[in-house]
Design a protein around this ligand. Structure first.
Ligand code: PBG
Length: 331
């Protein structure tokens, strides 16, 4: 009979030694809550493909934000449900100083100044065709004209008080253009979270339902600007460019099917790296929970720990409030 020289099970035997050797942690401070804001008062409208997620009016959002802050979640990411009559070919509602996003930012910063507010810089909630940019006669999203529009949008967010602007459009050169305009406008503290490695993913479907942009996009797709899911070296080039242009943080999106990208980015660049567990990832997990096929709490904590272990400093997740409550109750 020979005995194993090294017994890895020894350290796994008791909770105290498991706790001591745990490499990755998950705290509310690692989470960002994405929220859908709509017009009206006292509104909480469920998103059918995202059970547990609502489109809420600003007054209701202040309650959600208050809870997030009390639970230790550092920031919210805002996404507007734009009424159809405010959408146009030139997306001008995107930089309306009294637009829904701008009003929401002001309300949040007035009510809970310590809570970070992240705004999405992209035109899809505001275009009649649901593309993230301006299109030419063939339907192609034109890069440089779009960047000019994105700059106006980002500056209007900064003027409203946004702490972080997050270009999610994947146009070339937008980070540099936004950074230059922010500096010129005196918004030197406004941070940029670049959605640098954003893939042309089918997992965004429920999000487009939530915003009501799915109908606008129709059979269209975003292949000419979002990345091919088959690519990884290209993601590193995108990240390098965005950092060079002035990004403060970078993002990989979606999260779970792209954890190798998160790891490569973190290892190569060593910069604040975020991952977005997107609407489709939320929807598929929720569907399994609702069917009783998976255990919600255990699977959500495992999924998020995995994203952190891959190298993400923070995770955008629609589970943020639930997770923060579970972590609080554990203590
Ligand atoms: C818009 C945007 C999208 C998401 C965040 N910002 C959708 C898209 O690019 O079509 C997706 C988020 C999610 O699915 O949860 N530019």
């Amino acid at each position: 009979m020979s005995y194993p020289h090294t017994r890895l099970r020894r350290m796994r035997r008791d909770a105290f030694s498991r706790a001591l050797m745990r490499e990755t942690d998950l705290t509310p401070a690692d989470l960002i809550l994405p929220v859908f804001v709509r017009e009206g008062r006292g509104e909480r409208e469920p998103v059918p493909s995202m059970p547990g997620v609502d489109r809420v009016s600003i007054d209701e959002l202040l309650h959600v934000a208050g809870e997030a802050h009390a639970l230790g979640i550092p920031a919210l990411a805002l996404f507007p449900v734009t009424p159809p009559e405010a959408k146009s070919l030139d997306a001008r509602e995107a930089w309306n100083p009294d637009g829904l996003v701008q009003r929401t930012v002001r309300a949040l910063k007035q009510e809970i100044p310590e809570l970070g507010v992240i705004t999405d810089v992209a035109l899809d909630p505001f275009t009649t065709h649901g593309q993230d940019g301006l299109i030419d006669a063939t339907g192609y999203v034109v890069n440089d004209l779009t960047v000019e529009a994105l700059v106006k949008q980002a500056v209007s967010h900064a003027e409203a008080g946004a702490d972080i602007v997050a270009p999610s459009d994947m146009m070339d050169g937008r980070i540099g253009a936004v950074r230059a305009a922010l500096e010129a406008g005196g918004h030197v503290h406004t941070r940029i979270l670049a959605y640098s490695a954003k893939y042309a993913s089918a997992f965004y479907g429920p999000f487009r339902d939530a915003l009501g942009s799915a109908g606008n996009l129709g059979k269209g797709n975003k292949y000419t600007y979002q990345m091919d899911p088959a690519n990884s070296d290209e993601a590193l080039r995108e990240i390098a460019l965005d950092l060079d242009e002035g990004a403060d943080m970078v993002m990989v999106k979606p999260a779970m099917p792209y954890l190798d990208i998160v790891r490569r980015v973190k290892e190569r660049f060593g910069v604040p790296t975020f991952a977005y567990q997107v609407s489709g990832e939320y929807a598929m997990l929720k569907a399994a929970f609702q069917n009783g096929w998976l255990d919600e709490r255990a699977c959500v904590l495992e999924a998020l720990t995995g994203i952190r272990r891959a190298g993400a400093d923070a995770v955008l997740t629609y589970f943020a409030l639930d997770v923060a409550r579970w972590l609080r109750d554990e203590r």
